[in-house]
Ligand binder design. Structure first.
Ligand SMILES: Nc1ncnc2c1ncn2[C@@H]1O[C@H](COP(=O)(O)OP(=O)(O)O)[C@@H](O)[C@H]1O
Ligand SMILES: [Mg+2]
Length: 259
């Protein structure tokens, strides 16, 4: 199939006098693990917000599988198979792990709220399918032993995994991860690497922002590097690591990072 890519063309997003994203053009191919990196404040999260409908860019185009999605609402964009996690974990902290994952199922569900009160054969079937899917996801993300536990009492690493499981419950075509390794220890980070590869094996395209350079270089196929909202380089991890502009803007300034 043609036109299955995510294509950003000259996307510009301003906040007052600040140009947070400046004429960004990039293409994410189906099946890729694509990274967006750059120093703090470079505009990475803003790019993700423009793709997922949280912001509408002032200029440019966001094309997904041949359709212009700039200007659609976040819900409409989820409906088209683009699902994200957030830089700061957002879970229902008092709900169990299984219920949190189930909430992802309900986002995509066609059920009406009153089916909970007056179940129809269709809603019963959906609900059964949903719980089967939640079970699969608990297994996929190695969360089975925590299924009934409120997410608030889990470690940070496990909470991150629940968030990814909930996103995967929506059956995304494109999964967008904003700094998935933030706050993880080395062991959790290497587990995350495996999980990202497993997600791609399911046929899901992955777009991620990440601070952990070691992880980025191991996990991504292709990278865009932002600095002050502008793309300063793109290429494979090998090419990026050798690029003098990138070394100057980012790799060389790692000591200044607050994380
Ligand atoms: N809602 C907003 N209002 C005003 N300025 C914002 C807003 N969101 C982000 N910014 C600014 O845009 C720039 C890019 O931010 P962000 O996309 O969060 O960077 P990154 O994710 O690369 O660290 C920063 O200077 C930030 O302060
Ligand atoms: Mg950010």
């Amino acid at each position: 199939m043609a036109h299955n890519e995510l294509i950003l063309t000259n996307v510009t997003k301003r906040f007052g006098g600040l140009t947070a994203v400046d004429a960004l053009t990039m293409t994410v191919e189906p099946g890729q693990i694509y990274g967006v990196i750059g120093p703090n404040g470079a505009g990475k999260t803003t790019v993700f917000n423009c793709i997922t409908g949280i912001y509408k860019s002032e200029e440019g185009s966001v094309s997904w599988r041949g359709e212009e999605i700039r200007g659609l609402t976040p819900y409409q964009i989820v409906d088209r198979g683009i699902v994200r996690t957030f830089q700061t974990i957002r879970l229902f902290s008092q709900m169990s792990v299984a219920e949190n994952i189930m909430s992802g199922r309900h986002i995509k569900s066609t059920q009406k709220w009153w089916h909970g009160i007056i179940p129809t054969p269709g809603s019963r079937r959906d609900e059964k399918e949903n719980w089967l899917k939640v079970g699969e996801l608990l297994e996929f993300f190695n969360l089975e032993e925590f299924a009934a536990i409120p997410t608030a009492s889990l470690s940070y690493g496990h909470q991150r995994r629940v968030e990814m499981a909930r996103a995967m419950a929506v059956d995304p075509t494109l999964l967008i991860l904003d700094e998935p390794a933030a706050g993880l220890n080395d062991k959790e980070t290497s587990e995350l690497l495996e999980v990202i590869f497993k997600i791609r094996e399911q046929g899901v395209t992955v777009l991620l922002i990440e601070h952990d350079m070691d992880l980025v270089m191991k996990v991504t196929d292709y990278l865009t590097v932002l600095n002050f909202g502008k793309k300063i380089a793109e290429g494979t991890p090998d090419e990026i690591q050798k690029n003098p502009l990138v070394i100057e803007a980012y790799l060389g300034s790692e000591d200044d990072d607050d994380e």
